[in-house]
Design a protein around this ligand. Structure first.
Ligand SMILES: [Zn+2]
Length: 322
């Protein structure tokens, strides 16, 4: 029997919900999580839940529990045990060591201000707050221990980047140029893995083939694809959907008032109202419709369809719940 050509090999459908519990779940998270859930469940795939708790401020106790409660209240389920990212730090470190040993990454002792000073021409960076690193420490030391011994400083670890871009096709955003913008940090100076590294290692280890998330992560996607490549793994298919923003068109945050699911729940708003408002913003239902996540899923059993999702951010205001 002949093998199917490479491109036609069927990959299993495996996705994940990956909320960060550092802030409570709000309306913005709910829309991306609902879409991620529908995209996997409509294809009969497996869906993991991973709590991403290594990036940003310390997780307050009880945050993970309330995050799970919010998801259940919305009617989103998952398969298997909940994965906690911070319980995988030794695995992340093992991958960092492998990348160092292979010469694909190197220790960097530069402080943030040194990087800013040395960054050559004003360069469009993929993170507004991160200047392009000029590569000062590349090839300087043979090991992290040596770098620390000679400079008395803790090291970050950077990936050595030899390509300008990894172009890719996003399932919603379309063709992306995939600029990488230089050697980037994969472990911070405080010893914690950078989000870029942790998310890729965790997705590889759990066999994830589909990633649907908000498009604030679109600029960092080519960097993640480079890590996949270095680790000899196939990248998942990416779908980046527009963010939810406040009336001032800035990312939904505290300044817009409390849009946490916990608050709406406390005030007696039903999950059917929230899901209906989100579905209306995607063009699936009439304004004022109340429905469950499961009702939306039942409509997609022939295939998940994002063609009515606007490419512009969704502007949230509580009026949408009336
Ligand atoms: Zn450096």
């Amino acid at each position: 029997m002949t093998q199917p050509p490479e491109g036609l090999k069927l990959r299993p459908l495996i996705g994940r919900l990956a909320p960060s519990p550092t802030g409570v779940l709000h309306l913005g998270n709910a829309r991306s999580l609902l879409l991620a859930w529908l995209s996997i469940r409509s294809g009969g795939g497996q869906l993991w839940l991973r709590i991403e708790d290594i990036d940003g401020p310390r997780v307050r106790s009880g945050a993970i529990e309330s995050c799970l409660e919010d998801l259940q209240w919305l009617g989103l389920d998952w398969d298997g045990d909940v994965q906690i990212q911070s319980e995988r730090l030794s695995r992340h470190q093992q991958v960092l060591d492998d990348l160092l040993d292979a010469g694909l990454a190197y220790p960097c002792v530069c402080t943030r201000s040194e990087v800013e000073e040395a960054a050559s021409a004003p360069h469009e960076s993929s993170d507004a707050d991160a200047p392009v690193y000029p590569g000062s420490c590349r090839g300087r030391w043979s090991s992290e221990q040596q770098a620390t011994a000679e400079t008395g400083r803790n090291c970050a670890i950077r990936l050595a980047v030899n390509e300008d871009a990894i172009p890719f096709e996003d399932r919603f955003a379309g063709r992306c140029e995939g600029q990488i913008h230089g050697d980037f940090v994969i472990r911070k100076r405080d010893g914690t893995p950078a989000y870029q590294l942790a998310v890729v290692v965790d997705d590889i280890d759990s066999g994830v083939t589909e990633v649907l998330r908000a498009d604030d992560l679109l600029p960092s996607t080519p960097r993640q694809m480079l890590i996949y490549r270095h680790l000899g793994a196939e990248s998942p298919r990416f779908t980046h959907v527009p963010l939810v923003v406040g009336p001032d068109r800035r990312r939904l945050a505290k300044r817009h008032g409390d849009t946490s699911l916990a608050r709406y729940r406390r005030e007696g708003v039903t999950p059917e109202t929230i899901i209906g408002a989100l579905a209306h913003s995607i063009g699936w239902v009439e304004e004022g419709t109340r429905c469950r996540a499961q009702d939306l899923l039942d409509g997609f059993l022939d295939g998940f369809d994002l063609s009515s999702l606007p490419h512009e951010p969704m502007i949230w205001s509580d009026d949408r719940l009336r």
